[in-house]
Design a protein around this ligand. Sequence first.
Ligand code: GLC
Ligand code: CA
Length: 540
Amino acid sequence: MSYTEKWWKHAVVYQVYPRSFQDSNGDGIGDLKGIIQRLDYLKELGVDALWLSPVCKSPQDDNGYDISDYQDIDPMFGSMEDMEQLIAEAKKRNIRIILDLVLNHSSDEHRWFQEAKKSKDNPYHDYYVWRDGEEGIYPNDMDSVFGGSAWEWVPELKQYYFHQFSVKQPDLNWENPKVRREIYSMILWWMEKGVGGFRLDVIDQIAKDPDLKITNNGPKLHEFIRELSHETFQKGDLITVGEAWGADTERAKLYSNPDGSEFSMVFQFEHIGLDQQEGKEKWDTAPLPLVKLKAVLAKWQKELYGCGWNSLFWNNHDLPRIVSRWGNDEKYRVESAKMLAALLHGMQGTPYIYQGEELGMTNVCFADIGEYQDIEIRNMYKERMEAGYKKEDIMESIYARGRDNARTPMQWSAAENAGFTTGNPWIGINPNYTDINAESELANPDSVFHYYQKLIQLRKEHSVFVDGEFELLMEEDEQIFAYTRTDADTKLLVCANFSDKEAECPILKEWDDAETLIRNYKNDCQSGRMRPYEAVIKVM
Ligand code: GLC
Ligand code: CA
């Protein structure tokens, strides 16, 4: 199959965060059987693949991103039979299952690590990254992403192990060929089971070199990835997407090389960090500079055209809800949720929808820090309290950026617990579920859900969405985000007002006679003017 015929170029992927999607047995935690129950809903939305956040065996220190057995399902989510059934039931509906591979680190409860810490000459010792030392004197001053030192002392060995994330997530040593081989055979085993692809967690961090303080983009990164791809993915017809916070467009062209030597595509995050104070942390928010957002996204569209492939996303389980972030989750919730969807789905690449995004779900504001479950939020709260930040300011940062915003349960209906569980949900449900839920969205032809459904259909009907060349219009405009997509015989206009005020949009006049494919207000826009958060896609 040639590159241009790759199925994933025409696909739309839906991300499921299993613990918050659907509980089937009343323990308050979503599970695989719950996902099976909702496959018809996903089919109706029209998605082609589901990316599941990790469901492998895990002590859940970081909600499953700390795996203790890559070839078993955590009992909390069900059994291997449930997984096989999910793959089979999804297949009946032409939906593929994408698994989340966490290969930069394992859990400290993984058998490999249990062995590794027994002695320096244990065969598994070199599966991890160790440095000799003295208690209390760290090998260097590197910090972990979740706060504190990246080094943890093991007294029995008089050694430190390296962990870029929590202490319970020791980094795997990719320099060791045995580690790489174990990983490949595990991936091939999953491929045998019929999975449709993989998302590769923090993959740009595998080639670390702690002595040089290198975390991502290490010198051997692409060598490792090419070997990984050659030994595994290239033996199937898979979608593979690497999570790469450190990717620029040059690297992304390697990652998504049309020769298939690495992945299908990567998640890059350049657009995601724009509303943050420069040089500060994600918690230190700043207003979104729209002109910059347009420039960044346009750059990715242009530079990967014909020589790479983009992933398109606003949301995932680590990010706040987009309608609360760059839209307006009050007066214009519905309009702005649709506007953001149109802008993203009009671009070239494979769109990813995060569960609940298709309902216009919003951020949550828990009053009490105790209601937050995320290890990152908890650690940050503690650190900033100790550093003397005001409690109100810390809570504001959590409301704006905390990962639990995206992790509250899926809102299925106005019934008790939003139809998510009959038991006690593992994390609080956003109280707005009585208004915002799948049942009411399905009943309303003008809902956010039906808008996403239509966008997905449009991508399938008009190949210009897949192939068309991107051109940004009105670059300097502070309210309008507009671009065209052009192929041999079709031209699309995607035009959106990114603000809560009316806006002049002269470009629209040239498109007055063109057919409207989709809009987010009842009547077509007036020539040359756009209402708050109005969006339209036209074709000629
Ligand atoms: C990725 C995951 C995130 C996790 C981290 C460590 O960024 O998306 O949820 O905490 O990797 O595995
Ligand atoms: Ca359950």
